[in-house]
Design a binder for this molecule. Structure first.
Ligand SMILES: *Cc1c(COP(=O)(O)O)cnc(C)c1O
Length: 473
């Protein structure tokens, strides 16, 4: 008796056609990506109906997606999508990500595949790209939120260790008071403070330097000096804030942390990349003195979503807290890490492969080029805004984000005008930007983080801003 041919077996026998069709769709999307609306707003309703009881087969399902839905997606991987800090996907990373699905490896445990050794190699390449010493170890995560979470977990365990408590086992109530000091923590750090049990109320705001988002290190020193000696202190410093691109003075912060026995965490989700570029590396000077560092792959490295990673000098704390190897997972890893014990997830996507492929394909020089190009583009847009009567910078351009706003005619409310202008700008489709606020003033952020963006795009961005001003007035 032979097995009946299931639709999946039939599709698998026809995999070449299926993948060719998917490839054609991606090619069509990419070939038009620069002319596609950057954000898509026409019809973003949910398709209704139930899934069919008997499926259509993969070719027909792909057809249906193509006909009805493909065009309803944002060109967020394209050159003029400047929202959030979105990144893009280099050709090598895109191809590698297809392989990730094709190979479908779980990198949580080593020992039965080259996937973990290659992941480890990609990780170590990143560590050297950022000039970090071998005392740092870590793992890939789903993003910088996941990286912040693992780093705060390490800091939490360190806080317990100093008081002779294993917080992972005994809980926070058994432990010492923990306080976190930060001038401008990213929203995701506030979130993971909640997840970690430390609580977002434990975050003590540290004064900022003047009107910047950077930490006033004298204020940090005063705060740590005034805090009770028994309090365990964690400092969360920024290497690149999302709106003002502020970098805390990490040398000074690290010295203060050493003096007051505080854990230093640095959130460098995209700003850590400055450290890979000689003429920008002064911004992250001192980062190697941190106890833990957060970074993202799916932003400036331009690998597809999702990918983050972290570095810490105390990986033992994370492995102790996260290490819960049941017998069925306790395989001989041949000396390679059990990433299971270094991240939240028990099963992990082979997200290092696009990183590995990116560095193989373009090298450190290729990564530096993306950073340099994007910073040059941000600077150019910044100069244009400074010279314009219609727009003004809300803060000087430091790296890759331009935070600005329109100056409306005197009779109009500036915040309302800027909201309307941003809507008009995004609706026109030429570019996509997101709102920003700086020192209480509502504005607009343009974040350059895509390898595809060229000088001609900056010219188009300026024209789109002028057009949207005309439309709003
Ligand atoms: C984007 C970002 C995060 C959060 O990263 P995700 O990858 O979205 O989880 C954290 N910190 C900073 C500074 C960021 O820019």
């Amino acid at each position: 008796m032979t097995d009946p041919v299931s639709p999946m077996h039939a599709d698998h026998a026809n995999l070449a056609d299926l993948l060719a069709q998917a490839r054609d769709m991606v090619l069509a999307f990419h070939e038009g990506i620069a002319e596609r609306p950057a954000g898509y707003f026409q019809d973003i309703s949910m398709p209704d109906g139930e899934p069919p009881e008997d499926g259509l087969g993969a070719l027909a399902a792909l057809d249906a997606f193509h006909a009805r839905h493909l065009h309803r997606h944002a060109a967020s991987a394209g050159p003029r999508y400047l929202g959030f800090v979105t990144g893009g996907s280099t050709p090598a990373a895109l191809a590698a990500d297809w392989l990730v699905a094709g190979l479908d490896q779980n990198t949580a445990s080593p020992g039965d595949s080259a996937a973990v050794p290659l992941s480890e190699q990609a990780y170590l390449w990143l560590r050297s790209l950022f000039g970090l010493p071998e005392t740092f170890d870590g793992a890939f995560t789903t993003g910088a939120t996941g990286a912040n979470f693992m780093c705060l977990l390490a800091a939490r365990e360190w806080a317990g260790e100093g008081a002779g408590i294993d917080i992972a086992r005994q809980g926070l109530s058994a432990g010492p008071e923990i306080a976190v000091y930060s001038a401008c923590p990213h929203a995701s750090f506030v979130k993971v403070a909640r997840f970690s049990g430390i609580g977002s109320d434990a975050i003590r705001p540290v004064d900022r330097l003047g009107v910047s988002e950077a930490m006033d290190t004298a204020a940090l020193e005063a705060a740590l000096g005034a805090a009770p000696a028994a309090q365990r202190k964690i400092v969360c410093a920024s290497a690149g804030t999302v709106t003002g691109n502020a970098f805390d003075d990490l040398e000074a912060v690290a010295a203060i942390c050493r003096k007051y026995d505080a854990w230093l965490h640095v959130d460098g989700a995209f700003g850590l990349f400055a450290g890979a570029v000689p003429e920008l590396a002064h911004l992250t000077a001192g980062v190697e003195r941190a106890d833990s560092i957060t970074c993202d792959g799916h932003k400036w490295l331009n690998v597809p979503y999702d990918c983050g990673f972290y570095f810490t000098k105390r990986i033992d704390l994370i492995e102790r807290a996260a290490g819960a190897l049941p017998a069925y997972l306790d395989v001989d890893g041949g000396g390679f890490p059990h990433y299971l014990n270094r991240a939240l997830e028990g099963s992990q996507r082979y997200r290092a492969l696009p990183v590995w492929m990116t560095l193989m394909a373009y090298g450190a020089a290729g990564v530096r080029q993306i950073v340099r190009d994007n910073c040059g583009q941000a600077a150019r847009l910044g100069r244009w805004i400074e010279a314009s009567d219609r727009f003004e910078l809300l803060t000087p351009v430091i790296l890759n984000v331009v935070c600005f706003r329109a100056r409306p005619p005197a009779e109009l409310d500036a915040d309302v005008f800027n909201g309307d202008l941003l809507d008009a700008l995004n609706a026109a489709g030429e570019v996509f930007m997101t709102p920003g606020a700086y020192e209480g003033k509502g504005g607009i952020r343009a974040a350059f983080s895509n390898w595809m963006t060229r000088e001609e795009d900056v010219v188009r961005i300026m024209a789109a801003l002028d057009d949207s001003y005309d439309m709003t007035i």
